[in-house]
Design a protein around this ligand. Sequence first.
Ligand code: ZN
Ligand code: FE
Ligand code: FE
Ligand code: ZN
Length: 264
Amino acid sequence: MLVDYHMHTPLCLHAEGTPEEYCERALERGIPEIGFSDHGPMPAWYDPASRMSLGQYPRYIEMVREVQLKFEGRLTIKLGLEADYFPGTEEFVKETLRRYEFDYVIGSVHFLGTWGFDNPRYAEEFRRRDLWEVYTEYYAQVEQLAQSRLFDILGHADVVKKFGYVPERDTTLLMKRAVEALKDNDLCFEINTSGLRKPCKEIYPARAFVEVAAKAGVPVTLGSDSHEPGTVGADYDRALRLLKECGYKRIARFTRRKRELVAL
Ligand code: ZN
Ligand code: FE
Ligand code: FE
Ligand code: ZN
């Protein structure tokens, strides 16, 4: 069974198309279960240009409830959220997550300090930095994300590679530590196909990560990270091949933040 648990809505200000269009696309692609996971609200000082405001938060829930009703019996639609992990915002996020009954919450790292490292506008900064230090800092934050216990799914696990800047030194050790943190805190991760559409031209996360996670018995789920309807379920053939080659036979689906493993 296939799912696509990572898709956005226009509320985040950088996605196109109506939720209905995303749902239609899932039906066309033969994906029986999807979930919306738009960028959730954060404190006012935190990246307001890329997310719904706190005032729009109820509208987001309503939009998902609307398509759930509209597609009832044809498509299962989960209520998810992509929440940011950023040190110091844990209490804010915890409080906002408490307000609604989510099926799952994706936790993502998008900032290292004040640097929005996955924003194309600031990609040049990679040239000025020591890449090993950047990766070390990124994965340390992923470990803290897992330890916060606020989330169900680690989003785009190695998104730090987005613009193709990779340290010469092997990063497998950093990935191993991140996987350990997922395991210790009972999180899963996603195969996120959006990396194939980015300069790195590679699924998130890299095969080495998926192999380590499979060996550790960390569950996995699937998402396209769509910011437009056309990419729902994109490159799932490659995602499935990667999962099979790494030994995964089941994926995680979520209902009211309870995880269940289903055969692929
Ligand atoms: Zn986005
Ligand atoms: Fe993200
Ligand atoms: Fe996303
Ligand atoms: Zn994302």
